[in-house]
Design a protein around this ligand. Structure first.
Ligand code: GRF
Length: 224
């Protein structure tokens, strides 16, 4: 959109892209950011169709064509540059980024993880939560640092684990809250409300002593 001065955001995906879709929809509805480019490491990622439908340029950078992680990450950095994003958003991006990439985007790099961090870092969270007999699960949006799923958490949403849940049912319940909290957090960044300070998060001019909770803390973001 010409004259659109909202925060330019790049979204990195590997798969279905339901979070990308939620981010695009919130932007179209007036959130404080616009998605300027989508990168996928997989040519078959379903999310590429969401980018196309929204008229957002998408590029595939197949990690299998790169000899090592740094070479792949350099290709990502080069693909981002012409779009001049000011925030990079990982949305189901299934590659671990090297320090080269993370340092370049420090403080301007977000991820969403399907657990109530710091619980259940890493892969297969739904399966592990069920196997452990947990009664609560959820999703977290955090700034990305060099440690896997270790960066400071901005906002979380909890969902119950229900009797009879399997991985698919639990994952679907987590997805519904992911689609609320990720657009919220990116909107906050676009408004200039968020800042990473080492392992802490500034939100609207104060340091968070714990992650914000969706929806319980909504007074914090609805306050004038
Ligand atoms: C989400 O559960 C997200 O938390 C995790 O990967 C999944 C991506 O789903 N990082 P989608 O591709 O956005 O549908």
């Amino acid at each position: 959109m010409n004259g659109d001065t909202r925060l330019p955001v790049a979204v990195l995906i590997s798969g279905t892209g339901s979070n990308l879709k939620a981010l695009l929809e919130a932007s179209a509805a007036g959130a404080a950011y616009r998605v300027v480019t989508v990168l996928s490491n997989r040519p078959e990622a379903g999310g590429l169709a969401h980018a196309a439908a929204a008229g957002v340029p998408a590029t595939v950078i197949d990690h299998r064509r790169h000899p090592d992680r740094e070479s792949f990450d350099r290709a990502l950095l080069e693909a981002l540059a012409p779009h001049a994003p000011q925030l990079v958003v990982l949305a189901g991006f299934m590659r671990v980024l090297t320090p080269l990439f993370v340092r370049r985007w420090a403080g301007r790099l977000l991820n969403i993880h399907p657990s109530l961090l710091p619980a259940w870092r890493g892969l297969d969270t739904h399966r592990r939560v069920l196997a452990a007999g947990e009664r609560r699960h959820g999703a977290s949006v955090h700034f990305v640092t060099e440690g896997l799923d270790e960066g400071p958490v901005i906002v979380q949403a909890e969902v119950p684990v229900e009797d009879g849940d399997d991985e698919a049912r639990l994952a679907a319940r987590v997805h519904t809250v992911e689609h609320r909290i990720y657009p919220l957090a990116v909107d906050w960044f676009g408004r200039g409300w968020l800042r990473q300070d080492g392992d802490r998060v500034w939100f609207r001019g104060r340091i968070l002593d714990r992650p914000l909770r969706y929806p319980d803390d909504e007074a914090a973001w609805h306050a004038p």
